[in-house]
Structure formats: structure tokens, C-alpha cells
Ligand binder design. Structure first.
Ligand code: FAD
Length: 446
């Protein structure tokens, strides 16, 4: 497993029950026993991470008791319908949806997943180890391992075996190499270095940025009737937005969004002014009244990119790619972690065969299907920022989505259906045919 971030951990959990040994190779230093921390390799962890219902459901089945563990660690849990969202067309209705809303920091989630994955007897973590390329067989038909840089330690479960002096780079052989190296994965370069083709990529860039800051949540907080609140950006005119989430350790995580090149300042005064300029009063109120616990962190360059590995011919055996390394989506719509969890489960199912190489090709094709709906949704909305020609399908689906957004403030039943589609637990058909009784619920046989 190349990458010990979110997708690497979830996929490692699935593979741990199918392979005799799973090595998670991670460039950052990881101390599995330390309190949750931010890492250089996952800079997005400073920013809000909402988990959609489909993703939360998969995680709960892969890691039973996870939701309760996060709650015991202070991550508030309520109903998604109690999450006030302000669209340019109005506020979302306050309804009970049955869709759980749990808000936590990304380090808390990653630490919980990592602890459980490393408790699997077949999993080891090689941290402070950067993968620098692929090893292939002589005919370049199959990946046989990875080339690593210097590495200094291996964790096995809760034990750590340090190598001192550090071991020099070497080839780590593997029956299956899973690339889960995130948004900045160098797999396209590694393929061309190995004499293979690099994939074509689809890109849509809303020129989006996030600026986030953590605040103390004081004793007054339980009196509020929301634990999270949001103002959405929306092409072609709503460039400013933001969110505030109650997270563990009695903290607020406030994030200010800017689309189409707009950016919230990182200095405290500018950050507060930007927050106060939003129509959603909850965000500005927390920024004005709560005590900040650190600086503002900005993440810009959040364009979506889908590497079409599914279309590469030939695709080498022994190699799969998932998570953000396969497709990084606009984070505003919150699909990334859910899609990665769906792909991890799909990988497990596809590998229920002795033909690993065939399974790799089949996985890459089927993984593309998990991305179709999120890509269509996010790219059709984001293409609205463009002034030049927009493909017809994207223009049509944007028009349909805008029509729903106009109706949602006054139509709680439509809003419930809309949320289920957004959370990937119901088919979009349920929106188009109001009397359609079937929910089209998606399910993963894990
Ligand atoms: C600002 C922001 C906000 C987001 N908000 C949400 C949200 O609300 N909801 C949601 O579902 N998703 C959200 N996402 C998306 C989510 O963060 C990703 O989908 C998720 O992290 C994907 O997991 P991953 O393992 O593919 O990548 P990552 O979690 O980024 O992990 C990649 C790992 O690979 C390691 N690595 C990289 N290269 C190498 C190498 N050569 N050798 C060894 N290790 C390597 C890195 O150090 C890192 O640990 C957001 C993303 C961003 C940027």
C-alpha cells in the first residue's frame, strides 16, 4: 500500500483479511500511540471533513463501533437535517432525515482508523519511507513491487522496530501494489519512467480555496440549536461561502471558502471581515465571539482531476490506484472519503479470485463507475464559473440542479430526497420522479 492516509488505511483493512502480509508505506513519520496530529502529507486535515452517509455506513461496517468511538472522543452526533445550509436560493428546511451528521477533525478520524488497521496481525506500517517508483517484470506486463527511498522504521501492530542507521532505498517486492498516495500522487510519472503510457486526465477547476481556523467552544455552545452551519458557494455569482463545525475537544472549526479565485485572508482581521461579510450569521458570530486556538491555514488550488487509468491499455497486472490518487474531487461536495471507501470495498470484492492481474484491470474499470455521479455533479456545477463553451450534459445537469436548489427551501420532502442522493444512498432517479417509491438504496456487500 503506497500511502497511509485515509484511502490507504481503509483499503489496508480490506486487504488485511485477504493477504498474508500488507505493508502500508507512508512518507510521513507516524506515531500510532500519539494523540491525533496534523501531518505534512495530509495538509487538508486542517480543514473541515464531512463524511457522507454512504461513507459513514461503510466505515461502520469495516470498523464496527467507530461512530461510538468518535462520539466518546467528543465528536458530536445529530441528524443531517438539523444542519442549516444557506444556498443562494435560501435556507435548507429544518427536518429530520435519519441521515447521521457526525462532526470531527480529520486527525481524529485517521488516528481511529490507523489504530484499528495496525491491530490487524497481517498489517505492518513502514513510515518515513517514500516510494519513488515502480518495479516491473522484464516484459513490463506486471508490477512486481515498489522502489523506496531511505526508510527508518517499521511498525507492526503496536510495536515499532527502528532501523538505525536508516536502511537505504531498495525494491520492496509485492504481489499487489495499491497506490493510495493522494492528490499529488506521482503515479503518472512512475508509469512513464517505467516505459508505460501515462493516463489522460479530466480537469475542472472552480479556483476554490479554503481558509480555516480553530476556536474554543465555550459552555454556551449546547444552547445553540445547531452543531454545524454552512453557506454554499455556487456558480455563477456566489463566490463567498463558509462553514462552522463543532468538533471534539470542545472546539469549533471555521472554514471560509472562496470560489472563482476569491480567497479569504489569513490575517485575523481580514479573516473576521470575510466571515462577517457572509449572509449566514452563524459563521461570523463564532469568529467574532469565540477564542481562536491557532493561526488561519489556507489551502488553495483545489481543482478536481480524474486520471483515467481505466482507459489505459495495456494496464499492468499487480497494480491498482484508488482514492485521491485516482480522482481528486472538489471538496465542497464532500465526496472524497465516501468514494474512497466505496473503492476499497470494491477492491476487496474484485480480488475474490486467484487471478490478481485480471482483478486489477477489472477493478480499475469498475472504480471509474464509483466516480461517475460525483464527477458529473461537481463538474457540472463548477463548469458554471467558466465563460467559454460548456459541454451540453454539464449545462443540462447544472440547470436541473439549480431548479432543485430553487425549490428546496420550500419543499422539505424534496430536500430529504436531495440529501439522500447527495449522500449517495439513493439513486438520482428518485429526484426526477417524485412519486417513484423505490429508494434505489446503494449497498456494499463487504
Ligand atoms: C481542503 C479539503 C477538504 C476536504 N473535505 C472533504 C470532506 O468534507 N469530505 C470528504 O469526504 N472529503 C474531503 N476531502 C477529500 C479527502 O481529504 C480525500 O478524499 C481523502 O483524504 C483521500 O484519501 P487518500 O488516502 O487518497 O489521500 P490522503 O489522505 O491525502 O493520503 C495520501 C497519503 O499518501 C502519502 N504519500 C504520498 N506520496 C507518497 C509516497 N511517494 N510514498 C509514501 N507515501 C506517500 C501522504 O503522506 C499521505 O499520508 C477534502 C480535501 C481537501 C483538500
Amino acid at each position: 500500500m503506497v500511502g497511509g492516509g485515509y484511502a490507504g488505511l481503509v483499503a489496508a483493512r480490506v486487504l488485511a483479511r485477504r493477504f498474508d502480509a500488507v505493508t502500508v508505506i507512508e512518507a510521513d513519520r507516524i506515531d500510532p500511540d500519539a494523540a491525533p496530529v496534523h501531518r505534512k502529507g495530509t495538509p487538508q486535515s486542517r480543514h473541515p471533513h464531512a463524511l457522507l452517509a454512504r461513507g459513514a455506513d461503510i466505515l461502520e461496517r469495516l470498523f464496527p463501533g467507530l461512530r461510538a468511538e468518535l462520539a466518546a472522543n467528543g465528536a458530536p452526533l445529530s441528524d443531517f437535517g438539523r444542519f442549516p445550509m444557506l444556498y443562494p436560493t435560501g435556507w435548507s428546511p429544518r427536518v429530520t432525515t435519519g441521515i447521521p451528521l457526525q462532526t470531527f477533525s480529520r486527525p481524529l478520524l485517521d488516528a481511529a482508523l490507523r489504530r484499528r488497521v495496525l491491530a490487524e496481525p497481517t498489517v505492518v506500517l513502514a513510515d518515513r519511507t517514500r516510494v519513488e517508483g515502480l518495479a516491473l517484470d522484464a516484459g513490463r506486463r506486471r508490477v512486481t513491487g515498489v522502489r523506496t527511498g531511505v526508510h527508518t522504521g517499521v511498525h507492526t501492530g503496536v510495536r515499532m522496530v527502528s532501523t538505525d542507521p536508516p536502511e537505504p532505498g531498495r525494491i520492496l517486492p509485492a504481489d499487489l501494489v495499491v497506490i493510495a498516495a493522494g492528490r499529488h500522487s506521482r503515479l503518472p510519472q512512475w508509469l512513464t519512467d517505467a516505459g508505460l503510457a501515462a493516463p489522460a486526465a479530466l480537469s475542472v477547476d472552480a479556483r476554490l480555496s479554503y481558509a480555516s481556523r480553530v476556536y474554543r467552544r465555550d459552555a454556551r455552545a449546547p444552547a445553540l440549536d445547531w452543531q454545524a452551519s454552512l453557506q454554499a458557494t455556487l456558480a455563477p455569482a456566489a463566490r463567498r461561502g463558509g462553514t462552522v463545525l463543532a468538533i471534539e475537544e470542545r472546539r469549533w472549526l471555521v472554514c471560509l471558502f472562496g470560489a472563482d479565485g476569491e480567497m479569504a485572508p489569513t490575517d485575523p482581521g481580514g479573516f473576521a471581515e470575510y466571515a462577517a461579510s457572509l449572509t449566514n450569521p452563524h459563521i461570523g458570530q463564532i469568529v467574532a465571539e469565540a477564542r481562536p486556538l491557532g493561526p488561519v491555514h489556507r489551502y488553495a488550488g483545489l481543482g478536481g482531476q480524474w486520471h483515467r487509468y481505466d482507459r489505459l491499455r495495456p494496464w499492468p497486472g499487480g497494480l491498482v490506484v484508488l482514492g485521491d490518487a485516482l480522482c481528486s474531487l472538489n471538496p465542497l461536495y464532500g465526496h472524497g472519503m465516501t468514494v474512497a471507501a466505496m473503492q476499497a470495498v470494491l477492491l476487496g470484492r474484485t480480488l475474490n479470485t486467484p487471478d490478481i492481474d485480471g482483478a486489477c484491470r477489472s477493478f480499475q474499470r469498475r472504480a471509474a463507475r464509483t466516480l461517475r455521479l460525483p464527477w458529473l455533479l461537481t463538474s457540472s456545477l463548477d463548469l458554471g464559473w467558466r465563460t467559454e463553451h460548456v459541454p451540453l450534459t454539464a449545462a443540462l445537469s447544472r440547470r436541473v440542479l439549480h431548479r432543485f436548489l430553487r425549490r428546496i427551501p420550500d419543499d422539505p420532502a424534496l430536500y430529504r430526497r436531495f440529501l439522500k442522493v447527495q449522500h449517495m444512498t439513493a439513486s438520482p432517479a428518485t429526484l426526477l420522479i417524485p412519486s417513484f417509491g423505490c429508494s434505489g438504496e446503494g449497498g456494499e456487500g463487504i
